[in-house]
Design a protein around this ligand. Structure first.
Ligand code: AQP
Length: 331
């Protein structure tokens, strides 16, 4: 059975980008007919300036939202990364096969390090090594497929490189995984800065649709989305990024292609109105289930406890094998 692994960082409130790029597909496709694990990767949230109470709150909220989005604990394993020691154990071994040069080439590292410096903060060493921990998250489970948005492609490539290198040096230990992406929605852009990804830690709040935004807030953000001074509503990702982003969001909500929407609308206003309504309808059931689940925190905690137990059992044999392969004495 195909082993699937993916994760989400509790660094901020989940966005429409997280949902269209990853979570919706986890629920609709990836958890069915596979052996899938979905993880709240809380250790990754410590790589930038963080408030401990907020990380705890966001971890609980992310878990609740994953379940509200349709992840079914009967079909897949949902758990919190820090509850399973094997991730950190394996990360150290992989640091011993990775080089600092390849870490410094990671685009997300360069962007986030620059942002930390602009804010006057220092760059945590864990921000540099974060892709290695992500590789450990994936490789510990013998993962075949990693369903992610476009922004994670480079990290999955690194994971593949580390798996191959480890296997060549120390004997076959890891499955070499591959990234999978949704056809539409793999890179949802900020509504106010359509050349930047819609990220949950962005400074440009009005350009981000959060999964828990009230319908009127969603409408307002989409109606105020930056477009351009043209008149015709055609799909051109390079030339007209704001318009293309709206067409992609609408197409992703409706399960179609943005190209097919080219020429369908006579005005930006009509496109924005339909996009806003499509997003409101997309989020409505998630928000309703989220409300129900918030009334039953013990259920969510139980899912995470059981998930961690299952994940630990799955990861331990491979991580132990890696310890032996690399030259450490069995305990
Ligand atoms: N805008 C996006 N469009 C499509 N997919 C996206 N993903 C994230 N943003 C978009 C996908 O969601 C999954 C979980 O993302 P994450 O928690 O690893 O990262 P993030 O939301 O990008 O949050 P960060 O890194 O803490 O901060 P920012 O927001 O500053 O980048 C992944 O599969 C990701 O591809």
């Amino acid at each position: 059975m195909t082993r699937v692994f993916s994760g989400i960082k509790p660094t901020g409130h989940l966005t429409l980008g997280n949902y269209l790029g990853a979570v919706r597909r986890w629920a609709e496709v990836d958890q069915h007919g596979t052996d899938a694990l979905f993880c709240i990767v809380d250790l990754h949230a410590l790589t930038v300036d963080h408030d401990p109470a907020r990380v705890r709150r966001l971890s609980r909220q992310a878990a609740t939202l994953l379940l509200a989005s349709g992840l079914d604990p009967e079909l897949c394993t949902v758990f919190v990364q820090s509850h399973v020691d094997e991730h950190a154990r394996l990360s150290y071994l992989l640091e011993c096969v990775a080089s600092d040069g390849e870490m410094r080439r990671m685009i997300q590292y360069k962007e986030k390090a620059a942002r930390e410096r602009e804010r006057g903060g220092s760059v945590r060493l864990s921000l540099l090594t974060y892709p290695v921990l992500m590789a450990a998250d994936i490789l510990a489970y013998g993962t075949d497929e990693v369903p992610v948005g476009d922004d994670q492609t480079q990290h999955v490539e690194l994971t593949r490189d580390l798996a191959v290198r480890f296997n060549q040096r120390y004997g076959h230990t890891f499955v070499v995984p591959r990234a999978t992406h949704p056809k539409v929605g793999a890179r949802v852009m900020n509504l106010q800065e359509p050349t930047s990804k819609m990220g949950k830690t962005d400074d440009v709040g009005p350009g981000i649709v959060y999964l828990l935004d009230e319908p009127d807030v969603v409408r307002k953000k989409i109606m105020r989305a930056v477009t351009d001074s043209g008149r015709d509503v055609v799909y051109d990702r390079e030339g007209r990024p704001g318009l293309a982003n709206l067409l992609e969001i609408l197409a992703a909500c409706e399960g179609g292609n943005p190209e097919d929407l080219s020429g369908v609308y006579e005005s930006y206003g009509a496109l924005k109105k339909d996009t806003a309504e499509a997003v409101v309808e997309l989020l409505r059931p998630v928000q309703e289930r989220h409300k129900d689940l918030c009334a039953d925190p013990a259920y969510v905690e139980g899912v995470l406890r059981l998930g961690a137990e299952k994940a630990r059992e799955m990861a331990r044999p491979r991580v132990d094998a890696a310890y032996r392969a690399i030259g450490l004495l069995a305990a």
